[in-house]
Design a protein around this ligand. Structure first.
Ligand code: DGL
Length: 262
C-alpha cells in the first residue's frame, strides 16, 4: 500500500503546479498524473459534465492502483468532490481558491479572485466566500480564455498579456491588495501577473496548502511511503504530449510521459 502512487488529476496541464508542490512536500512518494486536456476547459462545462469527467478520471486512477486522489482542479473540486467522496472509498484532497488567508490579511478590505466560471458559480465557492469574506469586498473575475492558451502552450504571448491586463484592470482600480489565483493553471501566469500588477499586491495560490494537506492525510491514514529513495512520476495525457512536457519543470526528477485514452 505505501508504495502505491498518489493520483492527481486536472482538466489539463495546470494541475502540474500542484504536482510540483507535492513533490517538494513528499519527495519520496510516487505519483501518477492525469491531464484530461481533451476535455479542457472544464470551467465552461455544466456541473453534471464536470461530475461525469471527475468520475471518469477517478476510475482511471483507481485502475492504476492509486492510494489517494488529489483533485488538482478548482473547478472539479468545487463542483464534484462531494459526489466523489460519496461514491468512492478512497481519500480525496481538493483545491479551492485561497480566499480565507486573503480575507484575513487584507488591509484595503478588497480582494481579487481570478477563477473559472465553473468555480465562481459553484455553491462551494459561494459558501467559502460567505464564511470567510462576508465583511470585505471580493472582486471576482472569470479568466475566460486563459486555460485555452495555457493548454496550447501559449503563455509568453502578447495575447496572454493583453487578456490578463484586461482582467486585472478592474481589480487594480478597486484597490485590491490580494489576488487569489483560483485555478491551478494560473500559477504559470505569475511572471506576467507580476509585470502587470503594482508591487504592493500579493498573489496567492493554494498549491502549498494542498501538498501540506496531502501529507497530513497520508500520515493520519498511515499510508506514507516509508522508502527513502526519490519517488518516480508517471504522466498520462489525452492531449498534446509536447505541451505537457514543456509545462513541467522536471529538473532532477525521474519522470515518464505517456499518451493514454481516458
Ligand atoms: N485547472 C482547472 C482549475 O483549477 C482549470 C479549469 C478548466 O479547465 O477550465 O479550475
Amino acid at each position: 500500500m505505501n508504495n502505491q502512487a498518489i493520483g492527481i488529476f486536472d482538466s489539463g496541464v495546470g494541475g502540474t503546479s500542484i504536482w510540483q508542490e507535492i513533490t517538494i512536500a513528499l519527495p519520496n512518494e510516487n505519483t501518477i498524473y492525469l491531464a484530461d486536456s481533451k476535455y479542457a476547459p472544464y470551467g465552461k462545462r455544466t456541473k453534471e459534465e464536470i461530475i461525469a469527467l471527475s468520475i471518469k478520471n477517478t476510475e482511471k486512477l483507481l485502475e492504476l492502483n492509486c492510494k489517494i486522489i488529489v483533485v488538482a482542479c478548482n473547478t472539479a473540486t468545487t463542483n464534484a468532490i462531494k459526489i466523489l467522496r460519496e461514491q468512492f472509498d478512497i481519500p480525496f484532497i481538493g483545491i479551492e481558491p485561497a480566499i480565507k488567508p486573503a480575507a484575513k490579511n487584507t488591509e484595503t478590505k478588497k480582494v481579487g479572485v481570478l477563477a473559472t466560471q465553473g468555480t465562481l458559480s459553484s455553491q462551494l465557492f459561494a459558501k467559502t466566500s460567505d464564511l470567510y469574506a462576508s465583511t470585505i469586498d471580493v472582486i471576482e473575475v472569470v479568466g475566460t480564455g486563459l486555460v485555452e492558451l495555457i493548454e496550447q502552450g501559449k503563455i509568453e504571448t502578447q495575447e496572454m498579456y493583453s487578456l490578463l491586463e484586461s482582467y486585472m484592470r478592474p481589480m487594480i482600480k478597486k484597490n485590491i491588495d490580494y489576488l487569489v489565483l483560483g485555478c491551478s493553471h494560473y500559477p504559470y501566469l505569475m511572471p506576467i501577473l507580476k509585470k502587470i500588477l503594482p508591487s504592493n499586491i500579493i498573489i496567492i495560490d493554494s498549491g502549498e496548502a494542498v501538498a501540506r494537506q496531502t501529507k497530513v492525510i497520508l500520515s493520519k491514514r498511515n499510508i506514507l511511503n516509508k522508502n527513502l529513495i526519490q519517488g518516480s512520476h508517471i504522466f498520462h495525457t489525452n492531449g498534446d504530449l509536447h505541451v505537457l512536457q514543456k509545462t513541467l519543470n522536471t529538473k532532477n526528477k525521474s519522470i515518464e510521459i505517456k499518451l493514454l485514452n481516458f
